[in-house]
Each structure stands twice: as C-alpha cells, then as structure tokens.
Design a protein around this ligand. Structure first.
Ligand code: UD1
Ligand code: CA
Length: 457
C-alpha cells in the first residue's frame, strides 16, 4: 500500500483575526482550530504528520503534543515556503502527502479519505480538494481548460474580473505525490500581488511539466470554510455546534433548542438526558443517562451520574453523582464531590466540599472547604466560616448531623455523628457525637416594657 503523510500548515499569525491569540489556536466549540484538524487527520492512520509552526510555535506544540512532528517556519513567506520546511522529515519519502491548512477546522476525515482515494485511483501527481461556493470572495479559484482539466489556481487578489466570477474554490487541502511535490516546490516564485510563495502554484508547475493534476469536488462546502477573521470564526462555530448537537440527538439525547445549546467537542452525554435552552457544557464534561440539564446552566469539566437534575446553575471541575438535584441558582465551585441523592437547593454555594450520600443543603448556604458526611441536613443559611483573612480551614460534619437554620460553623471545627446544632448558633468548638449544641444568646422577655416606655413620654 502507498505510504501516506500529512503536512498541516499552522505558522501564520492570522492578522485578520486582530487578536493576541495566534489564529490556529482560536477555539471552535472550545477546541483550537488546529486541534480539530489534527484530530481528523490522526484518524486517517498516516505514517507521519508534520505540523508547520511559526507564530506561537511553542503554544501550538504544547496544544498538539505528540500527535504530530514539527517543522519551524521562521519567516512566513507563504504556503509553499511553509510546506518546504517539512523537507527534513519528508523529502526522501515515497508516497502520498496530504496538505491541509490549520484554519479549516470543519474538514472531516471522511472528506480527506475520499480525496486520498480519488488521488491514488487517478494516479495524479496532485489533486486539489475543491468546492462550489455561493460567495467565493477571498478563496483561490480553480481555473480549468476548455476540456475541463484543471490548469492552475489563481488567488483572489491576483485574479482578473473574469477569473473572480469562478465559483469553484481551492479549499486549501491537497494530495500530492510526495516526490513531485518537493521537486515542484523548489520552482515556486513569489512573483505575485502578495509577494509570497504560493502552494497553489505547484499545480501549474506540475501541469506545465506534463503531469496529471486533478480536482476532487466535495458536495459539503460548509466543511471547507477557511477561518481568516472573526466573522468566519462565528460561522465555523455555528456549523460545528450544529454538528455536535446533531450527534448527541442521534445518540438519544433530547436537545430542546439546538440553536441555543452550546456543547464542547469533547463532552459526552448519555441517552434520555434532556438539555434545556441556554445550557453550555464545556471542556471534559460527561453527563450520564436520564439527566435533566438547564435551562440556563453552565457546566465545565464535570462528571455527572444518572438521573441527576441541574437547573439554572453553574458547576465547574466537580464530580456530581446520580439522583442528585441541584438548583435552581446553585453554584458548585471546583474540587467538589457531590455524592448520590444529594440535594443542593437555591442560592447555595459549594466550594471544595464533599457531600456524602443523601445530604441536603436546600436553601441559602455557603459550604466551602468542608467534608459533609451522609444524610446530613444543613438548614437554611448554614455557613462554614472557612477563612480568617489569611488561611482557609476545614469543617467536618459527620453522618446524620442536623445543622439548624442560620448557623455559623467557625472552622476548623467538627460536628460529630448525629449531633444537632440549634438554629442561630455560632459554633466555635467541636460538637460531640449525638449531642445538641446551642450557641446563641438566651432570649429574655421584659414584660410590659413597651407600655412603660410610652408612659415616660
Ligand atoms: C489559502 C490559499 C487559497 C485557498 C484558501 C482556503 C494560498 C496562497 N492560498 O488562502 O487558495 O482558497 O487558503 O482556505 O495558499 N501559513 C503558514 N505559513 C505561511 C503562510 C500561511 O503556515 O507562510 C498557514 C496559515 O497559518 C494558515 C494556512 O497556511 O493556516 C493558510 O494561510 P492563509 O494565509 O490563511 O491563506 P488564505 O489566504 O486563506
Ligand atoms: Ca485561510
């Protein structure tokens, strides 16, 4: 079988993005564009992937890690010059080389596979992935001979009025015979409007040398979108969002309003879960089966069990078990572990806290740096006083304890198993198991006091 390689172009700054962040690192549905490309390319089982890096080289490298080899393009002199930087890794190889831009995040491995197959079946030295664009502005145009064969690619900026009318565009993805590619690259000049070494010029060079060049037109134009500015970025985001949401719906997840639901590329959701509008599930979030999430809920990097409900709430970097009810209006901050059958009600904030099975904080509480056992009841207004302005301290509430309303637990402090804390207490010392602790001023009633006051006037 023919050996296959890929070169991913990712060295550009992306001036048109007007951003501090290098273009190919801009996220689409939470994942950098170039990572989308590498993920798809990786699934093709190629012999080697070389990513061309330049602007933001170290960041791109740390984003992609060992999924690719790298070649540095110190000065960005154009896409042909970029591919040439992979000489060290590829020049001596025989086989097919796929070249793809790091700013086309929507291209799927299926389309690339079709292109590779077409290229190898037609024995061409170069095959361009093309598409029909309603508005081809900005893209390179495919110029064909009268017999229909591909002749060359002309960049938008270099094209005549007549050439600009062509709606068949260069998607920036190609297959080449590797040896023919590196031979042709050395002949590319920078004699054009932008003064750059254009990779598309390789097509005309090969054609003039009498080689077969071919084009494979995909029906799926939306996959070929090149992201050069923030307008295109939002279009890519929309298309990717639709694709992700559709995948979940096909897998048995109900999404009430897909146009208003934002799910990251990595998120996993079990069947029969229902996602209400205004929900964002980002990062490595995994939601189990039969859950109800939203409306207006933000979950980031969380694992959620089955049959759990999270309404109008925010949860970050936490573990949430099964049969849990959270919200409305709860905030689960990082490093929390909410075990099965827990209830976290409205206006409750949890931070770095463990909640054992069946425990409840139903209303208006702050529980931070705490270890709460199972079947604990935290009354309305329970507060762990965890911070003295300098350090944070732990609160331990053991299994079965009952914390009355409006109690302050001044950490470090432990409330023992099955103990009661009376409402309105400020607890500064440990409460033993099975005890009742009352820590509040005694009430005194001054009989007739009001009448006496009035008489004095
Ligand atoms: C390019 C194509 C155009 C095609 C379009 C598809 C060229 C000259 N033009 O145009 O025909 O229709 O893509 O989206 O190739 N890069 C480098 N080093 C460089 C220059 C660019 O690594 O010196 C990288 C960029 O980071 C980017 C990719 O190559 O990921 C494409 O470059 P870009 O400047 O976006 O090319 P386009 O103008 O979009
Ligand atoms: Ca581009």
């Amino acid at each position: 079988m023919t050996k296959r390689y890929a070169v991913v172009l990712a060295a550009g700054q992306g001036t048109r993005m007007k951003s501090k962040l290098y273009k190919v690192l801009h996220p689409v549905c939470g994942k950098p564009m170039v990572e989308h490309v590498i993920d798809e390319v990786s699934s093709l089982q190629l012999h080697k992937i070389v990513t061309i890096i330049g602007h933001g080289a170290e960041l791109v490298k740390s984003t992609l890690g060992e999924r690719s080899e790298y070649a540095l393009q110190e000065q960005q002199l154009g896409t042909a010059h970029a591919v040439m930087q992979a000489s060290t890794q590829l020049k001596e190889e025989k086989g097919t080389t796929l070249v793809i831009c790091g700013d086309t995040p929507l291209i799927t491995s299926q389309t690339m596979e079709e292109l590779l197959k077409h290229h190898e079946e037609t024995n061409a030295k170069a095959t361009i992935l093309t598409a029909h664009a309603e508005d081809p502005t900005g893209y390179g145009r495919i110029i064909r001979q009268s017999n229909g064969d591909v002749k060359r690619i002309v960049e938008h900026k270099d094209a005549t009025e007549e050439e600009r009318k062509v709606q068949e565009i260069n998607t920036g993805t190609y297959c080449f015979d590797n040896e023919a590619l590196f031979q042709a690259l050395s002949q590319v000049s920078n004699d054009n409007v932008q003064g750059e070494y254009y990779l598309p010029d390789v097509i005309e060079i090969l054609k003039n040398a009498g080689e077969t060049v071919s084009a494979y037109q995909t029906e799926r134009f939306e996959e070929t979108l090149g992201v050069n500015d923030r307008v295109a970025l939002s279009q890519a985001e929309k298309i990717m969002r639709e694709r992700i949401n559709k995948k979940h719906m096909v897998n048995g997840v109900s999404i009430i309003d897909p146009s208003n639901t934002y799910i990251s590329a990595e998120a996993v959701i079990g069947p029969d879960s229902i996602i209400y509008p205004g929900t964002t599930l980002t990062g490595n979030t995994a939601i189990g089966n039969d859950c109800i999430i939203g409306p207006n809920t933000e979950i980031k990097d969380c694992t959620v069990g089955d049959r759990t409900t999270i309404r109008q709430s925010v949860a970050h970097q936490s573990f949430i078990g099964s049969d849990v009810a959270i919200g409305p209006f709860a905030h689960i901050r990082p490093d929390s572990q909410i075990h099965d059958e827990v209830k976290i009600g409205n206006f409750v904030e949890i931070k770095k806290a463990v909640f054992g099975k069946g425990s409840k904080a139903s209303h208006l509480s702050y529980i931070g740096d705490a270890n709460v056992g199972s079947d604990v009841n935290l009354g309305c207004g329970s507060i762990t006083v965890n911070y003295d302005g300098k350090n944070k301290y732990q609160t331990v509430i053991e299994d079965g304890a009952f914390i009355g309303c409006n109690s302050n637990l001044i950490a470090p402090v432990t409330v023992g198993k099955n103990a009661y804390v009376a409402a309105g207490s400020t607890i500064t010392n440990n409460v033993p198991e099975e005890a009742l602790s009352i820590a509040r001023a005694r009430q005194t009633n001054k009989e007739d006091y009001a009448r006496r006051l009035k008489r004095k006037e």
